[in-house]
Design a protein around this ligand. Structure first.
Ligand code: SME
Length: 166
């Protein structure tokens, strides 16, 4: 396996195609979902500037449970409809939080987090979980980031063999 290097630029138009390519390369050689989700979280955490947490919460048929991630230890269980992750999973819609301190019900895992984006992972109408990304910078996630990360989430759903509760 080749080493991963930072992208030549962190501008979204360079970074997102670069991250997509790096993820594709990782998924070519491995099929285990835990390995691929762990490497996906590490790829986002390593390549995206100004992040302090990137990872997965997975739906077990009842609630969201912490999955592979990059960053500090985090809360392990989040009910649907609680926190940014639970709200996003329930609504099945991306949530971009400009300032987490203004978000009612935000669950703080890392005191350095100031903004957050949560993208639901849905396959064939079944909730897999969410991709959760935190930043120490207020307003870190632009519309371009949302579009780029939603495209990456789509790739992850297609290429990672996540457990699906039906
Ligand atoms: N902030 C999230 C909890 C998970 S941590 O950010 C890793 C939330 O409000 O759902």
């Amino acid at each position: 396996m080749a080493c991963m290097y930072p992208a030549t630029s962190t501008e979204p138009e360079v970074l997102y195609p670069y991250m997509t390519n790096e993820l594709e390369k990782l998924f070519e050689t491995e099929t285990n979902w835990i390995s691929n989700a762990a490497n996906a979280a590490a790829t986002l955490g390593f390549l995206m500037p100004q992040l302090n947490w990137a990872g997965f919460y997975l739906y077990n048929g009842e609630e969201l449970v912490l999955g592979p991630f990059w960053g500090k230890p985090a809360v392990t269980r989040i009910p649907l409809g609680k926190g940014v992750c639970g709200d996003s999973a329930l609504a099945r819609k991306t949530t971009v939080v400009y300032d987490v301190h203004q978000y009612p019900g935000h669950i703080a895992c890392d005191l350095f987090s100031n903004s957050e984006i949560v993208i639901p992972l849905v396959k064939d109408d079944h909730l897999i979980g969410v991709l959760d990304i935190d930043s120490p910078e207020i307003g870190r996630f632009s519309e371009q980031d949302q579009m780029g990360l939603e495209a990456i989430a789509k790739l992850l759903i297609e290429r990672i063999d996540f457990p699906i509760f039906k």
